[in-house]
Design a protein around this ligand. Structure first.
Ligand SMILES: Nc1nc2c(c(=O)[nH]1)N[C@@H](CN(C=O)c1ccc(C(=O)N[C@@H](CCC(=O)O)C(=O)O)cc1)CN2
Ligand SMILES: NCC(=O)N[C@@H]1O[C@H](COP(=O)([O-])[O-])[C@@H](O)[C@H]1O
Length: 190
């Protein structure tokens, strides 16, 4: 049976599309049961609509705390019997409520070679630091920020001529290969 996947996103959705395409091409034995977003106007919502994938808008401002918001989210995820959660540009900190419900079942993709350049601006920070290489990390999500056990990493070279645009293009191209491939390995091992 395909693994029942939830994708969490806040933005463009190119990693969501890469995962959906890998599933459609029989490269990933999973099914995206639901897309969770914190912004209903995020472009990723349209990517899901084009694929008839249900969208759940987690309205954090409707809840007194993140934990209460996540408790409502757990109820929704359980309706879909979600088995694995993949964060794909989800710009909210996950709290203990979700971590306790899905232990070692929440993974994240980050656009740097962690532990270097954690946080929300990994690509910009690597370019500004004038390092010779950066890359992509896929890791388990824990209570820290970008501190969870690393599952996969791959480097890209930063050329002297690179701009934020050219570097981001290289990073995203790598993400779109590494995330589906890493998910496929995780799923095949479980
Ligand atoms: N518990 C964890 N949650 C998340 C992780 C993680 O490793 N552990 N990875 C992040 C992704 N991320 C960057 O790496 C990140 C995302 C968001 C924030 C942040 O400060 N978010 C604010 C709200 C921002 C907003 O309102 O738009 C917040 O949640 O208070 C930091 C790092 C995903 N979550
Ligand atoms: N801190 C986490 C972080 O920066 N994640 C990054 O957000 C982007 C989402 O792009 P997408 O919406 O096109 O998939 C990706 O580059 C991902 O690595």
């Amino acid at each position: 049976m395909p693994t029942r996947l939830a994708i969490f996103a806040s933005g463009t959705g190119s990693n969501f599309v890469a995962i959906a395409d890998a599933i459609a091409n029989d490269q990933l034995d999973a099914q995206i049961e639901v897309l969770v977003v914190d912004k209903i106007n995020a472009p990723v919502v349209q990517r899901a609509a084009e694929r008839n994938i249900p969208v759940f808008h987690l309205k954090y401002k409707d809840f007194a705390t993140k934990e209460l918001a996540e408790a409502a989210l757990v109820t929704e995820l359980q309706k879909y019997a979600v088995e694995l959660i993949a964060l794909a540009g989800f710009m909210r900190i996950i709290t203990g409520t979700l971590l306790a419900t899905y232990p070692n079942k929440i993974i994240n993709i980050h656009p740097s070679l962690l532990p270097a350049f954690p946080g929300r601006h990994g690509i910009d920070d690597a370019l500004a630091a004038q390092v010779s290489q950066t890359g992509v990390t896929i890791h388990y999500v824990d209570s820290g920020i970008d501190s969870g056990t690393i599952i996969a990493q791959q480097a890209v070279t930063i050329e002297p001529t690179d701009t934020i645009t050219t570097l981001a293009t290289k990073i995203h191209a790598l993400e779109h290969v590494l995330y589906p491939a890493t998910l496929a390995k995780l799923i095949s091992h479980n």
